[in-house]
Structures are given as structure tokens and as C-alpha cells.
Design a protein around this ligand. Structure first.
Ligand SMILES: [Zn+2]
Length: 269
């Protein structure tokens, strides 16, 4: 069983418009080719012809049992309609989590402006995911996406389940401390490369992830994710296989932790 907790159906080649249906088919074909059983699709903080809204993604994946949605939320632009929609979708189980994009937008995770969102996440018991570490775009501001800021939020909201995306790369040591210290903090390993791992970078990251597990203990906080289509699924699975870990610990990362955290009905996949 494999669950990818971090994929997008944004079109990152903005020279042409690709339909939402084509993006979804591309995702499920790639999953099939790599034996991935279930993926979470994260919507963006931006909505335009290349980035579908949460509503569009929720509508588009209806009937596809192997996909779930995590709703991207904009710090700068959300309004009362978004709050109502998110609340409805949480109530109906149409979204499995919320995603925030510090770094891409200028705010720290414990910003008071998102208090209501965090309270909704606690009430409906869904995780909140945070972009963390490097920004894909040079106009991002990385002081906001440093994983250390997650600690404030984790302490202030002990019942909130938080995912640090990309293990805070390159601040993986800071991420491992925040994860180790706070029982309510998880991390996904997505987005560590654009495309495929080179041999050299794979060795480097293997070491970093193994070090994290050595420090923070059994990986019941670590989640498998790719950031597809930014990172390649096949290359990511090869990376996972190279980790020097007992099989049952790999299973925790590959699907068991995610199934529990996001309440994914793996029996019916
Ligand atoms: Zn991503």
C-alpha cells in the first residue's frame, strides 16, 4: 500500500492551458504506473486558469475513490465565502485537511488571522499542512517558511495536528526538533527535488532523513509525499526503497501514518 499525501494538479507549464480532467487523468495514470493506491491533491493559495479552486477540485474528483482533497487557503485573500465553503466541506467530509503557504505569502504560522481556521481543523479533526523551507519561486520570503515557527503554533494549539511539508528543507534539523518535541507535529518528505533525484542528492537526502529518524525516533510522524508533478513519483519510490529502515517502519511512512492522520478508508481502496 502506498499513500502520497502531497500532489498538485496545478499546471506549472503556463505556456498552455491544460484541462482539469486531463490533469487528473495524468495523476491517476502516474499513480497506477507506480502502484500508488491513494493521493491527496492540495489546492493552491492562488486561483487562475492554471490553478483550480478547491471547489473545482472537490467537484472534479467526485467518484474517484483513490483521491482526496486538501484545501489551500490564501492568507491575503480569503473572504467569508471561503470560510463558509471550508466549513461546509469539513462538515461533509469533502476535504481532508487545510494547506497554508507561508513563504509564498508573508505570514507566520501562528498568525491570529488564521485562528478560526485552526479552530475548525481541531473541531473536525483534520490536519493542517504548511509549506515549509525553500520556496520554488525566488520572490518567496523564506523567513516565514522556516520550520521553527511551527513550534509556536504547535504549543498554542496542542490539539491541532500539523504537517511540516518538505521536512522544512533545507532546515531539516530544525524540523526534526519541532517534530520530536511536539506530539502533534508531523512532516512530509515531498518536494525535495525537481524531477528526479541525482545519485549525489539522493545519497545526501538519504543521510538527512535517516538522521532525522535517529534523532526523533520511530517514524510515526513521517509521511510519504512527492509534490508531483514537481517531483517524479518513480524516482521518489526508488529513494524510499534506499532508506536503511526496517520494513515495518517504511510501511509507517509509506501509508500507515497517513491513513490514520487523514482518516483514509484503506479497506475500500
Ligand atoms: Zn507542494
Amino acid at each position: 500500500m502506498i499513500i502520497d499525501v502531497h500532489t498538485h494538479i496545478n499546471n506549472y507549464h503556463e505556456d498552455r492551458v491544460v484541462s482539469l480532467e486531463d490533469c487528473l487523468n495524468n495523476l491517476t495514470d502516474t499513480m497506477l504506473a507506480n502502484n500508488v493506491d491513494y493521493s491527496l491533491v492540495l489546492s493552491s493559495y492562488k486561483v487562475n486558469e492554471h490553478r483550480p479552486s478547491t471547489r473545482q477540485v472537490v467537484e472534479a474528483i467526485k467518484g474517484r475513490k483513490n483521491l482526496g482533497v486538501v484545501s489551500g487557503i490564501s492568507y491575503l485573500h480569503y473572504d467569508h465565502r471561503d470560510v463558509r465553503e471550508i466549513s461546509e466541506y469539513l462538515e461533509n467530509g469533502f476535504i481532508k485537511g487545510l494547506k497554508f503557504y507561508p513563504g509564498y505569502e508573508p505570514f507566520y504560522p501562528n498568525d491570529i488571522r488564521f485562528k478560526l481556521m485552526y479552530e475548525m481543523a481541531v473541531e473536525y479533526d483534520v490536519p493542517v499542512m504548511f509549506h515549509s523551507g525553500d520556496t520554488y519561486a525566488p520572490n518567496g520570503k523564506v523567513k516565514y517558511s522556516h520550520p521553527l515557527h511551527i513550534d509556536d503554533l504547535a504549543v498554542d494549539y496542542p490539539d491541532l495536528k500539523i504537517v511540516i511539508c518538505h521536512v522544512g528543507n533545507p532546515w531539516i534539523k530544525d524540523c526534526m526538533e519541532v517534530v520530536y518535541k511536539n506530539k502533534n507535529v508531523y512532516a512530509d518528505i515531498s518536494g525535495l527535488v525537481l524531477g528526479n533525484f541525482s545519485d549525489k542528492f539522493e545519497r545526501y537526502m538519504k543521510n538527512e532523513i535517516e538522521e532525522m529518524i535517529t534523532y526523533a525516533g520511530d517514524p510515526n510522524y513521517l509521511l510519504y509525499g512527492t509534490d508531483w508533478p514537481i517531483s517524479n513519483m518513480g524516482s521518489y519510490l526508488k529513494f524510499m526503497n534506499q532508506l536503511e529502515l526496517a520494513e515495518e517502519k517504511k510501511e509507517l511512512i509509506l501509508w500507515k501514518n497517513a491513513a490514520k492522520l487523514f482518516k483514509i478508508d484503506v479497506e475500500n481502496l
